[in-house]
Design a protein around this ligand. Structure first.
Ligand SMILES: Cc1cc2nc3c(=O)[nH]c(=O)nc-3n(C[C@H](O)[C@H](O)[C@H](O)COP(=O)(O)OP(=O)(O)OC[C@H]3O[C@@H](n4cnc5c(N)ncnc54)[C@H](O)[C@@H]3O)c2cc1C
Ligand code: SF4
Ligand code: SF4
Length: 647
């Protein structure tokens, strides 16, 4: 059979490809009624979006709320209900919605239809709505009497503090900076994480009764021993604040600095302008932020010694604001070992930086910092390279020079463990077991970049799992296994319990089968802790081609970038957020489409009676009528039905 389609790009799913001519006898495929003992069972699995989110968000759950499948309790708006569900895993929806590179979207099954769900943009909208409507987290109902010290008030520390406080533990965060936020404040610039947004989301955690002791460095202002004596458990979330210098000769020149030091000085408001020609070596998030900030700051021609960038960055001095009136554009070159299309930084950030005038050069490696007679760097000797995994292989005979007045190394960081040597694993990091406990130190837990540098959402996920471990430790419980799919799972039994309809306690004796008894949810199985539902379990033909609702972006041209610190990403409006959530295919859980009801030739499928309905508990099968034809399974869009030996 040949289809005449005018616009093939509009197809979402095709059972037959062009040229398919073989006739399939569907009768044999479907009707096995005479002998099939298999009937539909309802199997909850984790959707791949959630499995790819390092903080384990119940994404399908909050999209179900936004699209109206899961209704809020009486008196609560859907936005608040979605916010409550979202923040069980991650208390920073407005920050995530802006700067999380959204690995969840790469994992989304809808990519197999036309494009992923705009998960991150829904998070952005809900996060902003919650701030605008001043939603607060509830204070714990009772105090546990236990005290936990959290060292470091970045995303990992704040996430753990939030989860622990929910359980009534007294939490004190110690941080060496003047303000909380870690790299969300001292790394990422304010045009990406606006400070009002950050302050609002942090204040919500503090308002639960979390104490913060700022400008207090553990290992200097307070010793490890003092800390241990005063607290029942300790969570280390100190991040990686020690930038790596370039591993080439000449990198000790005074005007060779690191990206984290550069950004800290900028975010503290001390750095107001930069040098005329800057070379940033990196390719990840930090290098893009350095280059983009440098383009925004520009340079001034008359520079006094004290105003040199390196003196401000390393010397705790500050630039004079008046000088900013005379700023001119800085020439910024960003170099990366990987080719541009394979750079670590998020694609959107790379595109913005290019548009804003950063010259990005991929596939090259530094060989030497070239110094002038005054001992200062005057440029970089570089060559072309290929990558063998993470190792650059230089290409002989391709050497060249780039001139620069400032060289910024943004090639990675490690922990600053001064005074905390007892925790150092010898490589500038702290080891963790699968519960995020420090091996051999029962009272100590650790998470975030200091274990493995990655993303904000990863640090938040670590904080949440560590908080579970700390709670187990404080209660004197046993540390069991972590689930294979380690996320914040939807639990139907909890929902039924809230409705007063949970299964009865299993008495044990004399039960054969569960269809008549009430000790289980009839023919429902929760495999979410061990299985992720792939796209080929879904009936993709149910979903028509629907383009993603994309957020608007404010693009800033190279000629307008100096002094422009405006946000670039515009949140979706309410109707578009709802429309976007409606694109979700609800992988692994029923979304009440009625296909199974409509297509069952035996009318064996019916809706569960209204008072017993819950999310995922919408239809049931009469096995006396079911002939095992598996049509319901074939037409279930979300892959929720599996033929099994039901009774
Ligand atoms: C420039 C830059 C841009 C980035 N952009 C993104 C992005 O767009 N998206 C994304 O998802 N991720 C991004 N990341 C990564 C992300 O910021 C980190 O993964 C995340 O912040 C790690 O969180 P953390 O809590 O482990 O550590 P941090 O955020 O580093 O917080 C650690 C805190 O511990 C404090 N501290 C350290 N030592 C001590 C001590 N001894 N005593 C007391 N306090 C101490 C520090 O002051 C700090 O506040 C970026 C990182 C950088 C550097
Ligand atoms: S935190 Fe990041 S990965 Fe997780 S749901 Fe949000 S955008 Fe996706
Ligand atoms: S379609 Fe929905 S449930 Fe499925 S992976 Fe994408 S966001 Fe998740």
């Amino acid at each position: 059979m040949t289809h005449q389609m005018t616009d093939a790009s509009q197809l979402s799913y095709r059972r037959y490809k062009d040229g398919d001519a073989k006739v399939t006898n569907w009768q044999d495929e479907i009707f096995q009624a005479g002998w099939s003992h298999k009937c539909p069972t309802y199997v909850h699995r984790t959707p791949p979006c959630q499995a790819s989110c390092p903080s384990g968000h119940d994404i399908r759950g909050w999209l179900d709320i936004v699209r109206g499948v899961d209704k809020p309790p009486q008196g609560m708006s859907w936005q608040e209900y979605a916010f409550r569900k979202m923040t069980t895993a991650n208390p920073f929806p407005a920050v995530m919605g802006r700067v999380c590179p959204a690995p969840c979207e790469d994992g989304c099954n809808r990519n197999e239809v036309e494009d992923h769900i705009g998960i991150n943009s829904v998070e952005h909208y809900i996060g902003d709505w919650a701030l605008a409507n001043k939603l607060a987290f509830p204070k714990p109902a009772k105090e546990s009497g236990k005290t936990v010290a959290v060292i470091g008030g970045g995303p990992a520390g704040l996430s753990a503090a939030y989860q622990l406080r929910k359980q009534g533990h007294a939490v004190t965060i110690f941080d060496e900076h003047a303000e909380l936020g870690g790299m969300m404040r001292y790394g990422i610039p304010g045009y990406r994480t606006p400070r009002t947004v950050l302050d609002g989301e942090i204040a919500r955690i503090l308002d639960m009764g979390v104490t913060a002791k700022m400008k207090c460095r553990i290992g200097r202002d307070l010793s490890l021993a003092e800390l241990e004596k005063a607290h029942d458990a300790i969570f280390w979330a100190i991040g990686t604040h020690s930038g790596r210098p370039l591993p080439v000769p000449g990198a000790d020149a005074p005007n060779c600095i690191t990206g984290v030091d550069f950004l800290r000085a900028f975010n503290q408001g001390r750095l107001k302008h930069v040098a005329q020609r800057i070379i940033v070596v990196g390719g990840g998030d930090t290098s893009i932020d350095v280059a983009s900030v440098a383009r925004r700051l520009g340079h001034i021609t008359q520079v006094h010694d004290k105003d040199r960038v390196e003196n401000v960055v390393l010397g705790q001095t500050a630039h004079d604001v008046a000088a900013t009136a005379r700023r001119e554009g800085a020439q910024v070159v960003l170099t990366s070992l990987f080719p541009v299309e394979k750079m670590m930084a998020a694609e959107r950030e790379v595109n913005d930086a290019t548009r804003e005038g950063v010259a990005i050069k991929g596939g090259i490696m530094p060989l030497e910092v070239l110094k002038g007679p005054d001992g200062r760097a005057r440029g970089l000797k570089m060559c072309r390279c290929t990558m063998d995994g993470m190792n650059p292989i230089p290409e002989a005979g391709t050497e060249f020079e780039i001139e620069g007045d400032l060289i910024v190394s943004a090639i990675g960081q490690k922990g600053d463990l001064d005074g905390l040597e007892a925790l150092d694993n010898g490589k500038g990091f702290i080891n963790a077991d699968k519960h995020f406990r420090v091996p051999g130190k029962p009272k100590h837990f650790v998470g975030g970049d200091i274990v493995r540098p990655h993303l904000l959402t990863t640090a938040i996920g670590h904080g949440s799992i560590a908080a579970e471990g700390i709670a187990t430790f404080l209660a004197g419980g046993e540390f069991g296994k972590r689930p294979k799919v380690d996320v914040h799972h939807f639990n139907m039994i909890d929902t039924l319990r809230e409705m007063g309809r949970a299964p009865e306690r299993f008495a044990g004796e004399g039960i054969r089968g569960t269809d008549e008894s009430k000790v289980a949810v009839h023919n429902y199985e929760d495999r979410s802790a061990s299985e992720v539902v792939p796209a080929d379990h879904l009936f993709l033909g149910h979903f028509t081609f629907t383009p993603r609702h994309k957020r608007d972006e404010i693009h800033i041209g190279a000629d307008r970038v100096i002094g422009n610190f405006e946000e670039r990403l515009v949140a979706l409006a309410e109707e578009r957020v709802v429309a976007e959530a409606k694109r979700c295919m609800s992988c692994g859980l029923c979304f009440e489409c009625d296909n199974c009801l409509v297509f069952c030739p035996q009318t064996a499928v019916s809706r569960v009676k209204k008072s017993d309905r819950a999310l995922g508990r919408y239809v049931e099968t009469d096995y006396a009528k079911c002939i095992g034809c598996h049509i319901c399974r074939d037409v279930c869009p979300s892959g929720y039905i599996q033929m099994g030996l039901g009774e």
